[in-house]
Design a protein around this ligand. Structure first.
Ligand SMILES: [Cu+2]
Length: 139
């Protein structure tokens, strides 16, 4: 079936946009998951790290990992889909949950981070196990 949609459409054309990148990175089993997969690194910008949920409703974030400087950092996770998601941060003495949102809501949580290794994840039941998590490195 032809796929005339725009490049940013998440309706099934994603594989053509991301497939080649996966082969060169640490794709592992995630490369086989299907319609949506997280890739790339979310970086802090003025104290804010934005990690959107997959807009198509897959149990995935857009980014696979995140990096941030130590200090007060706000994590924002816009969720355009109709599936509940949030953003949560744990590790190095931190355990904070943002509100669960959907339909254009933004889950947000602000955390005082020290240098170390953390994990960002979705705390909705089953989502983390399905792959909604990634490493957060704080320098
Ligand atoms: Cu979720």
């Amino acid at each position: 079936m032809p796929q005339p949609g725009p490049a940013h459409s998440w309706g099934g054309t994603l594989a053509t946009a991301s497939g080649l990148v996966i082969a060169g990175e640490d794709g592992g089993a995630l490369a086989l998951v299907g319609a949506a997969k997280a890739e790339g690194t979310a970086e802090a910008d003025n104290g804010v790290v934005e990690i959107p949920a997959d807009p198509g409703g897959a149990l995935a974030y857009v980014f696979a990992e995140a990096v941030a400087p130590a200090g007060q950092i706000t994590f924002r996770s816009p969720n355009e889909s109709a599936v509940d998601h949030n953003i949560a941060i744990e590790g190095t003495g931190v355990d904070e949950l943002g509100p669960v949102v959907k339909n254009g809501g933004v889950s947000e949580v602000s955390v005082d981070l020290k240098a170390g290794e953390y994990t960002f994840y979705c705390s909705v039941v089953g989502h983390r196990a399905a792959g909604m998590e990634g490493p957060l490195r704080v320098n």
